[in-house]
Design a protein around this ligand. Structure first.
Ligand code: 13P
Length: 235
């Protein structure tokens, strides 16, 4: 499995250095990826994790104030990057078109994109899940070669589950993951949204989840250790 820790906009420099001390002794058969804030990326110093970023510019280096290019992320040892997180879609008004450009830049620079998709509660209640998932995938992967599309890691994150403590049923997760597989049969699919050391036993029952994208739990090293110990070894 691939377990991705998304620190979001948390951990000052000193907090991050202390946090790394707490993560450094974790050993796992799973592929662990840490996505710190942009400023903490160059403080990353763990041998047991791969390094990820939470965002990337849709442009190359140049006259783009405030942006960080995929080339510069790669140069700082970033090998994975989250794109299209629902918080960026909401607060930065990020569009599927921009997400598509970002994915292209990441692939050009040998960084694995982690594409977040997922529906709101209103969209679920009005039976729009399939439409939302399909549109987000098709627009994000537009004009990208099939062999490159297969490099994209998909993170199914139902928006109503992020930070709420509520998780979908396994049937709901597997249904959506099967929709994703009908479009992208070979891609790895992660689950994200309130996953923690208490509900991991339930999440282990899914036959389609191949890893997790963790927000709140990423900030709790002790609970995170319990989570990965309880995680099933297959998938
Ligand atoms: P929580 O695990 O805090 O619900 O966040 C999930 C998420 O948004 C990870 O990207």
């Amino acid at each position: 499995m691939i377990i991705v820790l998304n620190n979001k906009s948390n951990l000052s420099k000193d907090e991050f250095l202390d946090y790394q001390e707490q993560l450094k002794d974790i050993s796992s058969i799973h592929n662990l990826v840490l996505c710190p804030t942009l400023l903490n990326i160059n403080l990353f110093n763990l041998n047991n994790f791969n390094l990820g970023a939470q965002n990337v510019s849709c442009y190359d280096d140049g006259q783009y104030t405030g942006e960080v290019s995929a080339r510069d992320l790669y140069d700082s040892n970033v090998r994975y990057t989250i794109v299209g997180h629902s918080e960026r879609r909401k607060y930065q008004k990020e569009t599927n078109e921009e997400i598509n450009k970002k994915i292209k830049k990441l692939i050009e620079n040998d960084i694995k994109p982690i594409l977040c998709i997922g529906e709101t509660k209103e969209e679920r209640d009005s039976n729009k899940v399939e439409e939302v998932i399909k549109t987000e995938i098709l627009e994000a992967t537009k004009n990208i070669a099939k062999e490159d599309v297969e490099k994209i890691i998909i993170a199914y994150e139902p928006i109503w589950s992020i930070g709420t403590g509520v998780i979908p049923t396994i049937e709901e997760i597997d249904n959506v993951n099967n929709m994703i597989k009908s479009i992208l049969p070979r891609n790895i699919i992660l689950y994200g949204g309130s996953a923690n050391e208490k509900n991991v036993d339930i999440l282990n029952e899914s036959s389609t989840i191949a890893g997790f994208l963790l927000g709140g739990l990423s900030l709790k090293p002790e609970e995170f250790k319990i989570f990965i110990e309880k995680l099933k070894s297959v998938n």
